[in-house]
Design a protein around this ligand. Sequence first.
Ligand SMILES: Nc1ncnc2c1ncn2[C@@H]1O[C@H](COP(=O)(O)OP(=O)(O)OP(=O)(O)O)[C@@H](O)[C@H]1O
Ligand SMILES: [Mg+2]
Length: 412
Amino acid sequence: MAQPTFAAIDIGSTKICTVVAELTSANEVRILGVGVGPSQGITRGMVDNIHAAMEAISSSVQRAERAAGVRILSAHVGFTGPHVSSMSSRGIVAISDPRQPIAESDMDRALESARIVNIPNNREVVHVVPRYYVVDGQDHVTNAIGMFGSRLDMETHVVTAGSSAVQNILRCVEGAGVQVDSLIVGPLAAAEAAAEREELQHGAVLVDIGGGATDIAVFVRGTLVHTAVLPVGGEQMTGDLVVALRVPQPAAEQAKIAHGHALASLVDEGETVEIDAFGAEGRKEIPKRFVAQVLQARCEELLEMVRAEVRRGAQTELLAAGAVLTGGGASVRGLDLLAEEVLELPARIGRPRHLAGLSDLLNDPAYSTSVGLLRWALREQEIMLRPAPRARRGVGALFRKVAQLMRVVLPQ
Ligand SMILES: Nc1ncnc2c1ncn2[C@@H]1O[C@H](COP(=O)(O)OP(=O)(O)OP(=O)(O)O)[C@@H](O)[C@H]1O
Ligand SMILES: [Mg+2]
């Protein structure tokens, strides 16, 4: 029998990445094709030009189709943006017959009840992620199915997003000829791919530094406690270099990637680099340490904003595993060292792991979200096949759809 095949599209501010994968019999994700193209019409994770965004998505999808030799009919879609926010919600239900063990239907009712949150009309609930249960006052139950009790409380983490931002993303993907199986917010997807289960268990924060946004997900005892998106990323680092060095954007971008460092003190004082400049000069020589000083200032500011969000989610003592930095922006040299100083936590750079097939194409922190979307989709699939509690489920008419993995792609 053919292995289940499925697709994911990560809609970023810098790039759009479509990945087609199959689940092997050994339960491994095997990458069959990748299509990466520059992002258009997306700023800070949000659509600001529907037609341009639709074309960029379509071109990324076509590349992935060619690479994998399949037609993508539907996909799991990742998005981000500062309109994403989170809150806690507790669903409470009475068990009608306490002589019967708690069943999946009771969990479903608790989940539905947790979903009822007080949010403005212009916002949508995107995820309701169960954290733990309380059965008749017994706290921190990890799986209530089969237990006895007369009252079931489900503590959840609810992620919400701006309705119009969500609608715009949907419109773009559907306009590109692809049905949306589920919408997944960036930070949750990135955590799936870049962080180890053990790190999340001991408490960790996932920081995905993209082009226009930085996604944050805080985990305590293996469960999600806080999600946030900051409107700052690698584009702002490059923008600072344009202004400080007075050079065109492509030259600034190249200087950042080739010579950038987040800790200026680690860069030799005498070293210089020659780059394209504005004006009559044509090219000019710039001390590498100056490039690093400009980047350090921006990175420090970004990490301070991250620290404030992390503190909103959990006390530092609960985050023993520290920070996992990922996304293209995490490739700035020395960022992990600076993050350890500013966040006062251990920090490492995270990239997608445990992949087979064309995995070398995705072996970069910039692809954590793309790979995480696949893992998230698999988890949904697992939930569909297993008669166990629905550990995670998207809500709202759209988010309720679970992938019919076999119908996602067709041989070309
Ligand atoms: N080696 C590198 N050193 C420094 N910065 C890098 C490097 N490689 C990529 N970047 C930066 O990473 C950013 C893009 O990251 P990424 O691909 O994760 O963004 P995205 O997913 O498209 O955007 P977002 O998640 O914000 O919507 C760009 O600003 C780019 O300059
Ligand atoms: Mg991204």
